[in-house]
Design a protein around this ligand. Structure first.
Ligand code: IPM
Ligand code: MG
Length: 408
């Protein structure tokens, strides 16, 4: 099955979130979900801004069909994050939302942001809510798979022979780096403004993401490329040293290579098939994962998983809130539906249902249905809106057989 990630049994988490507990132990990947399989789950839904509410509705309809079919319950409770939270509470991620997320079995997020809040001071911008959520929930590992589906090869701007068969996993560190480093600010120095941030990583932060990446790589093709800028940055030198130590010691079978980030950005477009698993810090991962998405054709297809060492993960599409098409029934809900599949697999111990969702997405693509972002002139496919796409996936969920997922 094409969407099944090779790390199907890769999970980090204990059975319940214990606030304040920072476990520094590497948990074996194959044994633990956020929660064990059960009949009823509590999931927090964060519809966010822009196209968020539309793709959330489409995803809800699909999940309802899935639950009815498979005979389990998912109690979906919404909470605020991003611009809508600023408007309602003057806080992009209010404490109430955080508490609700932490008390859930898992969290499914649509997208945040919009022109309306772009001019706000930093603490009142939607992005600050997202960063607060990642930090407060301890979501240090962000998995962003970019797998080219045969049905969508021509949706990529790159040549068929370059993208056909591409299957890359970007493992991005998510709670450190220049995103969170201090000191930071804009000061007045000698009569002019000076802006600064601190690119900083501690050994333990590098170790834990290196372990996730080693584990992911060992469950895929066994090739790990660590991306840094060690020819210039001290922080990158430490990154490289620690990644080597961890992989040599704990994952001797993983083939480790290193690449400077500028070269990696170029190689990813030149010959992406050379990559299997990529590990990098927060800012390099932000940039490279957007680049990797273009191999697949549309950012509208890419799911992601953000996980910590315990507690619920957050599952969200990689795309933004697309305010230019919000409310027009043009958005592509597939990345959110695929994020729900990652949630079922990684947090809820429901690999079979995850597989069914992924099969259903491929089936609608096989049927020739396309939202605008993945429609090509003359492809003979049918242009559909967000609602129709969601309904088509739900119909496939209804009719396809629920099988045992192949876990590699
Ligand atoms: C992402 C986004 C975020 C990031 C923004 C919205 C803060 O670009 O998830 O990649 O930079 O991490
Ligand atoms: Mg980004």
């Amino acid at each position: 099955m094409k969407f099944t990630l090779a790390l199907a049994s890769t999970i980090y988490s204990a059975s319940a979130f214990t606030p304040g507990l920072h476990v520094n132990v590497h948990r074996p990947l194959s044994s633990l979900n956020a929660v064990s399989r059960k009949d009823s789950y509590d999931v927090t839904l964060l519809p966010g801004d822009g196209i968020g509410p539309e793709i959330t509705e489409a995803t809800k309809a699909v999940l309802k069909t899935l639950c009815d079919k498979s005979g389990f319950e998912m109690n979906l409770k919404e909470a605020l994050i991003g611009g809508c939270a600023i408007d309602a509470t003057n806080d992009p991620f209010p404490q109430e939302s955080l508490d609700q997320c932490l008390a859930s079995d898992s969290v499914l997020l649509a997208c945040i942001g919009g022109y309306k809040w772009d001019g706000n001071p930093r603490e009142l911008r939607p992005e600050s809510g997202l960063l607060k959520m990642r930090k407060e929930m301890g979501l240090f590992a962000n998995l962003r798979p970019a797998k080219v589906l045969p049905q969508l090869i021509d949706a990529s701007t790159l040549k068929r022979e370059v993208v056909e068969g591409v299957d890359v996993m970007v493992v991005r560190e998510l709670t450190g780096d220049v995103y969170f480093g201090t000191p930071k600010g804009i000061d007045e120095v000698d009569g002019q403004r000076v802006g600064y941030n601190n690119m900083i990583y501690s050994e333990s932060e590098i170790e834990r993401i290196a372990r996730v990446a080693g584990d992911v790589a060992s469950k895929r093709d066994g090739k790990l490329c660590s991306v840094d800028k060690a020819n210039v940055l001290d922080v990158s030198q430490l990154w490289r040293d620690v990644v080597i130590e961890v992989i040599e010691k704990d994952f001797p079978d993983v083939e480790l290579s290193h690449m400077y980030v500028d070269n990696a950005a170029m190689q990813l477009i030149r010959w992406p098939k050379q990559f299997d698993t990529i590990v990098c810090g927060n800012i390099f991962g932000d940039i490279l994962s957007d680049e990797a998405s273009m191999l697949v054709g549309s950012l509208g297809m890419l799911p992601s998983a953000s996980i910590g060492e315990s507690g619920p993960g957050v599952f969200e599409p990689c795309h933004g809130s697309a305010p230019d098409i919000a409310g027009e029934n043009k958005a592509n809900p597939l990345a959110m539906i695929l994020s729900a599949a990652m949630m079922l697999r990684y947090d809820l111990d429901r690999a079979d249902e995850a597989q069914l969702l992924e099969d259903a997405v491929e089936a609608v693509l096989d049927q020739g249905l396309r939202t605008a972002d993945i429609k090509q002139d003359g492809d003979g496919c049918e242009l559909v809106g967000c609602v129709e796409m969601g309904k088509a996936v739900a119909a496939q969920v209804e009719s396809l057989e629920l099988k045992s997922a192949v876990t590699v």
